[in-house]
Write a protein that binds this ligand. Sequence first.
Ligand code: MIG
Length: 825
Amino acid sequence: MENNVPNPNPELLTAKLLEADETIADEEFHHLNNPADGIKPIVKKYLGVPNHAKQVGNKIYFTDGDASVEVIVVTKEIIRVRLSPHSVFLEDFSYAVPQLPNKPVEFTLLETDLEFRVSTEAVNCHIRKADFFISFSDKDEHVTSTDAVPMHWEENTQFGGYYVFCTKTCYDKESFFGLGDKATELNLRGKRLKNWNTDAYSYSFNQDPLYRSIPFYISVNENIAHGIFFDNTFKAYFDFGAEDRTKTSFFADGGELQYYYIHGPHMMDVVKNYHLLTGTHPMPPLWALGYHQCRWSYYPENKVKVIANGFRQNRIPCDSIYLDIDYMDGYRCFTWSPKYFPNPKKMIAELASAGFKTVVIIDPGIRVDDNYWVFKEGKEKKYFCRRSDDYFMEGHVWPGRCQFPDFTNPEVRAWWGDLFDDLVETGVAGVWNDMNEPAVFGSGTFPDDVRHQYDGYRGSHRKAHNVYGMQMVRATYEGLRKQMKNKRPFTITRAGYSGVQRYSSVWTGDNVASWEHLKIGNIQLQRLSTSGISFCGTDIGGFSGEPDGELFTRWIQMGTFSPFMRAHSAGDTKEREPWSFGEPFTSINRKFIELRYRLIPYLYSAFWEHHRYGFPILRPVVMHEQGEVSNHFRQDEFTYGDKILICPVLDAGLQSRRVYLPKGKWYNWWTLEMVEGGKEHVVATPLDIMPIFVKAGSVIPEYPVMQYTGEREIEEVKLNIYYSDYEVNSFLFEDYGETFAYEQDIYLEKKFVVNGDAQRLTIKQTMEGLYTPRYEGYHFKVNGLPFAPTKILADGKEITEIAVNADKTYEFKFPKNFKHIEIIK
Ligand code: MIG
């Protein structure tokens, strides 16, 4: 094959890319830089000239005579591209995308003098004849993405396979988002990042890689967004104009060069289509949306009870308590310390009767101990990972010398899932998976040569490393789901790969009690949410180090609006409960945790929008207004669902701060003042206030404050209505909150439409679904009315009991099945 090298010197470019990365083996580095020293230089091969196109169903193959490119029309917005150096494609298998959407899509294949072109209703994929450049354009022929160098590869003489590279043009004003939990600015422009799951205790700003690998990014350029999902589990790199400001590259140490081009034009379309490929979170049990209290560790049993009592005595709502590694017997998974927890079933039952769910940690390392049944079974069944020369993969973690189940083996996953039967029987409601990068003391992780079954597709640890944690939590989730019958399990994991959201929530790992980390966490959660993982949270307060009362309270405030809300701290820190800092902190923490509980129906509805329709729960400002380039650099404000905008207070001693509001009208949650969006506002931020704004026209549902979800039967739901002079839709999702009945359509989806003018405000309700909530009525609170009402008509009947408040809000009640309310001047 002739190497076709259109770029003046792409060798050099790649050499530079490699040079900057210490993790590419030294030997190769040496080759690249000393091609004349007698060692055979690495040969980088480029796609040649496409001479041929062949269509097989929705797949089109192009070849230069030796190498081939496969283009699959997945949907009208999604095109998958795959390269094979010698035209032999691997069997299609992906942990991220269990199944490609398989609705037939209309497309055309066209050949001109210059190119081959695959077109759907929304996208064109161009394959240029001169040089095999692949580019994409929208239906107006506007090019959104184009190769800057043809796709290329290098043989890997040690493991087999290839190092694979794709380099695209990076446009002048192009911005980049996504990529999971990266602890850096929200906009990734100018960054070079790596995906390799890593236990990153006390990570710092810009430290990379961290715990998860999400090889998905979103580009926004000239108000058009597209996404690239590089579904490759090997150690992978992304360069967004860092090496060369005109180029964006993604490349990996092995596997196929395979990526999905996902067309926008809006970031939201890209995220929804990424979810179409990789799935969404299942509906969480309602209690998991409450406040969680964690610590390394609460033990013995009595300490756990003291903490639980502390919540009830302080009247601070809480739904769950976590048991970290010390609950086990010598850190052996699936055992209990007879000394600290002599009767776990009784303890868990007592906690449950006080409204607490118990969540326990489970690590992947299994202690090598022939008297320990889990080890014995795993050994007998050959379930532990082995090295390439067949000896077991051994490493030290908490229990001492350990072996590790190969979670990429479906039989091992089923076995692991069944191991939870005792824990479930004991009453455990949720499982926390830690150390599953996998982390090993000393060496960091497994050596590259460890073998994995990989669901029958075999591979070394190089291929399985980034999915190990995801497959562990998958085994956990599937096992729990089976054991808990029809109840929704709760799982949380530290490591993950794209698609992990189908099995778990995540937290951002071992952060630090510092203001800087509050800022990092704020960005990480927005980024996770736009990268497929909406059910996410940080260790509130910071895992290591000591927050003061102010930092802890500001963190609780932000955490109130994290889809997953949990305080956690390392074992060597001072007490870290919401009342540990005295007043005024305790009261403010209570006020915010209560707010969390009040807004549970709103969050739950946002969760449904996520689960069912693929919307992220947290949405950075750029997702609302991507056309405005200045918004590409805003990373403090975000919306929680689509109606509530939050701007956390991220510095000590701050009495006010600037908050940008997207265009439209907003209400200050605290003062009810109406403000115009499309600009920044200075907002007062005394310690008990965090800026919260509600979109005009919203209906925000609210539950009464309870000490835990389900403490009492809900008698009525409060609907906070915010006047608007244009039409706005809101949703409320309701169901049993703990079963999978929603999969059989047992739920209720309510839609509210609010619209007003100078004379009236109308609220309409429609609903769909098979569920009937038990409460009878709504308690309406109408905010921001520009007139004093003389009459309120509900389904034609006049409402006579109206409370008029000093702040010009109006309250009244009406049965929950209303269709039409009119508030008249
Ligand atoms: O080596 O289980 O990130 O949340 O408390 C430390 C003890 C292991 C790391 C987790 C942290 C957890 C801790 N774990």
